[in-house]
Design a protein. Structure first.
Lengths: 58, 376
């Protein structure tokens, strides 16, 4: 067996993940934020590995 | 005997294949933008950029640390420090001068954070893949990384589930360096480490290859773009944990017992598509970018998989889980804590570096004991 098999499994796994997720929680492009956060006038709200959840640790 | 027609065919096939790969790259970015919005398509493109640079120019984190520990070869770490320094120069002043649109990778230093970084350092040497490395390796067909990746995601979910309990064991307030003073302090720190490595390295290893300089500059450029587009620095482990949390939630698991996953922000992200989560998008981009590069190379995916004993596969599963769990306690992996933490002025990035490097020294020794060196 070569790396072609494992690499294909990785890419197919990602494709399945996106497809299952999109069917459960479809994205809505009409609710999309401005293209850049810089200059958008809004605070970032994305999840990040360094961030504690809202209200925790305070 | 090779005929003229055979030669033409051989020459045409890679061109055709590479053309398809370029089109596929553009197509996935366009599809993400169409389905979720322009910003999210752009984040996927940035992720592809990370993956292409990391795999295409062989820029890594775990490998260079191993090279320093085993051979006192500091080139890879110098490249990491260069990339971090370049991001610092742009990111820190922008975050300080901004009106709250951009945030750094700020996190507290604490007991669990230090222990988490130590364990992460050891585990990343066992599988020879860090946060970004595991994604790159999986995308380029590394079987150990492919096995470790889902357990990395489960570990990240579990670590976040227990995060508040661990953090309550004791943590300092968030300490950060900001503005041009922060830039000066960070660059001085990076230069001091680079100098120490110079002193430790034998003369034959005191050089930084051009390939790594180019990779460091490109990686820094993509990391700055990540900050400008998402408003937050480059990260990896949050996205992986979110995938497992969504799967657990879809399977009917009750996440209300976790202060992390039941927080309003987490609930909101669980209800939204992963195509709107920044770290998920860059993670997906990294896997796809690495796949594109491996497919681009002649014979890039034709290497045979290594023959490893059962113990090695078990070690990959356990190390994968530990990578995920420990990186949540450590407030990030080599990307979110080390790269983004230091470059955006968080003290925890420096502490993470020291603790993870100490863990790596043990991880390097563990790898052969766990039979993860392929049989000849």
């Amino acid at each position: 067996m070569t790396r072609l098999v494992t690499a294909t499994i990785a890419v197919l796994g990602i494709a399945v993940l996106i497809a299952l997720d999109a069917s459960a929680t479809p994205p809505n492009p009409y609710k999309a934020p401005p293209l850049l956060a810089l200059g958008s006038g809004t605070a970032p709200s994305g999840g990040f590995c360094g961030a504690l959840p809202d209200g925790a640790g305070k | 005997m090779t005929t003229l027609t055979d030669s033409s065919l051989n020459a045409t096939t890679p061109i055709l294949r590479r053309g398809v790969l370029v089109l596929a790259g553009f197509a996935v970015v366009f599809a993400a933008a169409l389905l979720a919005g322009g910003r999210f398509g752009l984040m996927l493109a940035i992720g592809l950029g990370f993956g292409i640079v990391l795999e295409g120019l062989r820029f890594g984190f775990a490998g260079p640390w191993r090279a320093m520990i085993l051979r006192r070869d500091p080139a890879g770490i110098w490249a990491q420090l260069l990339a971090i320094g370049l991001v610092t120069l742009v990111a820190l002043p922008m975050i300080s001068a901004g009106s709250g649109e951009l945030v750094g990778a700020e996190a507290p230093v604490g007991f669990a954070m230090i222990a988490g970084a130590f364990i992460f350092g050891a585990a990343m040497q066992v599988v020879l893949g860090c946060g970004s490395g595991t994604l790159v390796n999986a995308g380029s067909g590394n079987a150990v990384a492919l096995i470790a990746l889902p357990f990395f995601a489960i570990g990240s979910f579990a670590g976040a589930y227990h995060l508040i309990w661990w953090t309550d064991l004791g943590a300092l307030p968030i300490i950060k360096f900001s503005g041009w003073q922060g830039v000066a302090l960070t660059l001085l720190g990076l230069a001091a480490i680079a100098g120490l490595l110079w002193k430790l390295a034998p003369p034959e290893h005191r050089r930084l290859p051009r390939r790594l300089i180019i990779a460091a500059v490109l990686l820094a450029a993509f990391a700055i773009l990540n900050l400008l587009v998402a408003g937050q620095p480059w990260g990896v482990v949050y996205g992986l944990g979110l995938w497992a949390a969504k799967a657990a939630s879809a399977a009917g698991a009750d996440l209300s017992g976790s202060a992390f996953w039941s927080a309003p922000g987490s609930l909101d992200r669980l209800k939204n598509s992963i195509l709107t989560d920044y770290t998920s998008l860059t993670n997906i981009g990294i896997v796809l970018g690495a796949f594109l590069v491996a497919s681009w190379r002649v014979g890039g995916l034709s290497q045979k998989l290594p023959r490893l004993p059962v113990l090695a596969w078990i070690a990959a599963i356990v190390a994968g889980f530990l990578l995920g769990y420990s990186s949540r306690l450590a407030f990030g992996c080599n990307v979110g804590a080390f790269f983004s933490g230091i470059s955006t002025g968080s003290l925890h990035g420096w502490v993470w570096f020291a603790a993870a490097f100490a863990g790596s020294i043990y991880g390097v020794r563990l790898r052969p004991l766990l039979k993860l060196e392929p049989k000849p």
